[in-house]
Design a protein around this ligand. Structure first.
Ligand SMILES: Nc1ncnc2c1ncn2[C@@H]1O[C@H](COP(=O)(O)OP(=O)(O)O)[C@@H](O)[C@H]1O
Ligand code: SF4
Ligand SMILES: [Mg+2]
Length: 334
């Protein structure tokens, strides 16, 4: 097995919400004991409802928020606590594309500067040399060189996301973190950007940490999928296995909401509507974080957190339904 490019172990991020007069500080565990690896050139999709900690996880990997526990290794280096100059030095390896193509590009800069800025900042190229590189980058993302002197407001949402991607790949990163990068786009533009990402991966060997609240979007781009709920990964595995044989009841519910192009398959599949809302991460339930909404909840689920059990077909799920010992115990108890 090749060594992982990114290795995240037991990552936790807690936000401390300052209370006012007579109100204590509250602690919000946005990410809670998350572990995963990404191999060079691999795409890991992280999928879960809004508020499940995906962006916080991405920001921790990018070293934009401080982890409160755990470790992050990139390309063999421990980057968990990097700051200042050492962080600046690894930045070229690790780039990010955000959701909103309307606010992530500086409106006062022409495209040549938006895309060329990282080249200048990291001392890679200036002047005419930089312009030549920017032209090549624009062409790589499917934009003509004649766009160089235009401003971000002159572009559509999809074009802006292409510009953000050109800027992100300018320094030839090994890992690109895409946080809901196609979520604001219409379906056909989404597909164009997903195809572009696939082409770039083939040409440049970049690995992606691809975050989306929509499981349907990731099927064709991801090698592996990790499903998050209340700051935890509840299931992960190869995309094919996750889509064909989801193991965790939460993954099953997410999958049941994904439209299938073939109407006969659609009709034979039951939509699982979960009761209630996601609990507040300020007061997560004890035991399995999903137990307040799970159609299969057992007594043990309400008190003890299930560990990840390896699944046939690859990956693992944190659910007692797949833990032979727990299901045996619950049968004995009933
Ligand atoms: N800077 C912050 N300060 C306090 N709470 C935050 C902050 N950022 C995110 N949160 C909280 O952390 C939880 C996870 O948020 P987030 O990582 O944005 O989830 P997602 O990207 O999956 O929607 C949410 O409850 C959110 O309100
Ligand atoms: S551990 Fe229990 S509550 Fe949690 S997902 Fe599995 S069956 Fe449902
Ligand atoms: Mg988010």
């Amino acid at each position: 097995m090749t060594a992982p490019l990114l290795s995240v172990r037991d990552l936790a991020v807690t936000f401390h919400l300052r209370g006012g007069l007579l109100r204590p500080t509250r602690h919000l565990k946005a990410v809670n004991g998350v572990s995963f690896d990404i191999a060079p050139g691999e795409t890991l999709a992280v999928v879960g409802e809004s508020g499940s900690g995906k962006s916080t996880m991405a920001r921790a990997v990018m070293r934009l928020v401080e982890p409160s526990a755990g470790s992050i290794h990139l390309d063999g280096d421990d980057i968990t606590a990097l700051r200042g100059e050492p962080l600046r030095r690894i930045r070229p390896k690790l780039q990010m594309v955000f959701q909103d193509p309307y606010s992530s590009l500086d409106p006062s800069m022409i495209i040549a500067d938006v895309v060329g800025e990282p080249l200048t900042v990291h001392g890679v190229a200036t002047g005419a040399d930089r312009d030549v590189r920017v032209q090549a980058l624009l062409e790589q993302v499917g934009l003509g060189r004649y766009h160089m002197n235009r401003y971000p407001y002159e572009f559509s949402g999809g074009q802006r996301q292409r510009i953000a991607i050109a800027r992100a790949i300018a320094l030839q990163p090994k890992l690109l973190v895409l946080d809901e990068a196609v979520s604001a786009l219409d379906v056909s533009t989404q597909n164009q950007i997903l195809n572009l990402l696939e082409d770039l991966r083939r040409e440049l060997g970049i690995a992606y940490l691809f975050i989306s609240h929509d499981l349907g979007v990731v099927e064709h781009i991801a090698d592996r999928v990790a499903v998050t709920y209340l700051g935890r990964i509840v299931e992960e595995g190869p995309t094919e296995r996750i889509f064909a044989k989801p193991a965790h009841p939460y993954t099953e519910a997410l999958l049941s909401a994904v439209p299938i192009p073939n109407p006969r398959v659609q009709r034979s599949r039951r939509r699982i509507v979960l009761p209630g809302d996601v609990p507040s991460p300020l007061a997560p339930p004890p035991g399995c974080p999903f137990h307040t909404r799970c159609p299969h909840v057992m007594d043990v689920c309400k008190t003890v957190m299930p560990a990840h059990t390896p699944m046939a077909g690859g990956g693992s799920a944190a659910c007692y339904l797949h833990d032979p010992q727990a299901t045996e115990d619950s049968r004995c108890a009933s």
